[in-house]
Write a protein that binds this ligand. Structure first.
Ligand code: GCB
Length: 624
């Protein structure tokens, strides 16, 4: 186990490591796009912030996006970012004007807000004014929950940051460019898919674009708490009486010896520690009483952190998750994961899920299904999801968007991945509900990807040694009635996810009945299986696209899964139908992947009832 203090130091060394890797390989650091991991404030949703959600002006910068890119592909800092206004008489400026431009709601994908932008995957510029009253001795950050896919941000005409990655938060420090009174921010978001992006160009979900999550201004003292990790001490084995809480609080730009207090009154735990030369304050404290977090009792504690003038209070649960042989143990007890997959798709209204209402509806479906687990596909979802999972007692698989083919041979893609992994783990490491970090989904079994992903899995362990690492593999070789997983990447995983579609993409549903699986002696989660059905389409069990056939496929799957001794979780694909531009069968798909147990407008298919009953009766799978 890596000591917390070292873990956090390691995390902060990443930028230098990435830079060094680039230099050693004789590569230039990218001119734009993914920057080395930058300040990322943890617990922003538990701070008092100034929301910049609301109406933002927008202008479309169609390909080749002359306003954003110069002829040689560099970022143009002198065009729309200037936000000056047309000068019809006198010197002529570029022909744009935000002040009279239409508006988009932030957060929100642009696709579902403006019909003409439904299929747009290019550059769009956002602008809004805001008031600020900066105070001496404070710093201000612009926090962006997520913007898909590349973002370039200017405040008062100065570029403050660039970010690549559509599903994780980033912060841009704006202290030096803010002034008292009216300020403005301009953000160019480029949604173009990139071969060397993560994900790459081919995806089976809708590329909802734009500023899709909350935006806020966060004001903090000069030295402030940017990161913390507070968890139940994770020793070699689970000790039932363990009440030791450990971790670190990092105070950015604090001189060594700065005092930090961690106070959890309800658990009777309080520690005052000092920062080291890196601003990190590792701590360990015994709680006098502790109720461990579990789905049955999702207990969260108010955890107050304070250092100098900075303080915040988070809601954190404490639990132990680990693998023992083929078992997954939560607080020492073997568990079976009754799950479902879910994309970040808003039920009923459609679009990217990013509101309290979207999240409440998704969790009401999970509860109704009697699920205790959700795989959040295929990228980190809005933080409301993991917050709600914490409160509702639903365990979570969280994943970075390494989906199928990405450029595994490119060091710069690895560098992007490390940043995305950092961003995911850093935002959610204090969420008790998150029990698994997944580094990929359905990647090709070849030495280049194996080396890449083994390194990434080890990187995840270096960042967080308290959670098992997983990945969804589709590399099982199925022939006749045998299915064998022979993928060297599986050796590097703690929990193995297997995606297979017997009865839909391959073979007949009944093939599952006699399938003999040869699998590693590790916990196995059937991370995807299913069939498509259009809600309300009825017919015989051998008639594709009917609800009856979907149920039939799933029933045979369940019979098969019940016979595999090390299966520790069932995660049907997928809780709800979701938009995917590759699903083009009119009348049946109409642009939706229809493997949902529920339709996109909230209607429960027969397959939902099947799982609802199976999960209620616990009639599939064994915890040990
Ligand atoms: C898969 C992928 C998932 C797809 C699904 C499907 O194996 O992991 O992203 O959407 O199959 O429906 O084909």
């Amino acid at each position: 186990m890596i000591e917390p203090s070292n873990r956090s130091t390691a995390l902060r060394l990443i930028p230098r490591n990435i830079a060094t890797a680039f230099i050693c390989l004789g590569l230039m650091l990218p001119a734009f796009g993914q920057q080395p991991f930058q300040t990322l404030l943890v617990g922003v949703d538990h701070r008092t912030v100034t929301s910049l959600n609301g109406d933002w002006h927008y202008l479309v910068d169609q390909s080749p996006a002359h306003a954003l890119y110069t002829r040689n592909g560099a970022i143009n800092d002198k065009s729309y970012a200037m936000n000056d206004h047309p000068n019809i008489v006198g010197k002529h400026n570029e022909e744009y004007d935000f002040s009279n431009a239409p508006t988009l709601k932030v957060p929100g994908d642009w696709n579902t807000q403006v019909p003409q932008l439904f299929n747009y995957e290019g550059v769009l510029w956002y602008q809004r004014d805001f008031d600020a009253q900066p105070k001496a001795g404070t710093r201000t950050f612009l926090h962006i929950g997520a913007a898909n896919y590349r973002s370039h941000v200017w405040v008062n005409q100065k570029r403050v940051c660039d970010h690549e990655g559509g599903y994780s938060p980033f912060d841009c420090e704006v202290t030096a460019v803010l002034h008292a009174g009216s300020n403005f921010v301009v953000i160019a978001v480029d949604a173009a898919r990139l071969i060397d992006g993560i994900p790459s160009v081919g995806i089976d979900w809708f590329n909802y674009s734009g500023i899709t999550r909350d935006v806020s201004l966060v004001t903090v003292p000069e030295a402030f708490i940017d990161d913390y990790d507070i968890h139940l001490a994770h020793g070699l084995r689970f000790e039932p009486g363990n009440t030791e809480l450990t971790g670190y609080v990092h105070v950015l730009d604090a001189p060594a010896g700065t005092s930090v207090t961690v106070d959890i009154p309800e658990a009777g735990a309080k520690a005052t520690v000092k920062t080291n030369a890196e601003g990190n304050a590792p701590f360990s404290v015994k709680a006098t009483k502790l109720i461990l977090w579990s789905p049955e009792s999702p207990k969260l504690y108010k955890v107050s952190l304070a250092s100098g003038d900075d303080k915040l209070t988070d809601d954190i649960g404490f639990r132990d998750i680990r693998v023992d042989g083929t078992r997954i143990l939560l607080n020492g007890k073997a568990i079976f994961l009754q799950g479902a997959n879910m994309h970040a798709e808003a039920p009923i209204r459609g679009g990217r899920a990013n509101t309290d209402q979207d999240v409440a509806t998704i969790f009401s479906y999970l509860k109704d299904l009697n699920a205790n687990f959700v795989r959040l596909c295929h990228y980190p979802h809005d933080e409301r999801m993991t917050r709600t999972a914490d409160r509702d007692g639903i365990m979570v698989w969280s994943e970075i968007p390494n989906w199928q083919g990405i450029s595994f041979d490119k060091p710069e893609v690895y560098a992007k991945d490390v940043v995305m992994l950092n961003e995911m783990i850093r935002r959610d490491r204090n969420k008790a509900s998150v029990i698994l970090w997944s580094v990929s989904n359905e990647t090709p079994n070849n030495p280049t990807r194996t080396k890449f992903l083994i390194n990434l899995a080890n990187e995840a362990r270096r960042l967080d040694s308290t959670r098992p690492i997983t990945s969804a593999l589709n590399s099982a070789h199925i022939e006749g009635s045998t299915a064998t997983l022979n993928d060297p990447f599986a050796d590097a995983l703690d929990v193995i996810g297997i995606n297979e579609y017997i009865g839909w993409y391959s073979g007949a549903p009944e093939d599952a009945d006699t399938m003999q699986w040869t699998l590693p002696q590790k916990p196995i989660l059937m991370s995807e299986f299913g069939a498509e059905a259009k809600y309300g389409n009825h017919g015989a069990t051998d008639q594709r696209w009917t609800e009856e056939q979907q149920v039939y496929v799933l029933q045979h799957q369940l019979a098969m899964l019940n016979k595999i001794p090390q299966v520790r979780g069932t995660i049907p694909w997928i809780l709800m139908d979701f938009r995917s531009p590759t699903r083009n069968i009119p009348k049946l798909q109409d642009g939706y992947n229809r493997k949902g147990l529920i339709s996109e407008d909230g209607k429960k298919k027969q397959a939902f009832e099947l799982f609802q009953k199976v999960y209620k009766e616990h009639s599939v799978g064994k915890a040990e």
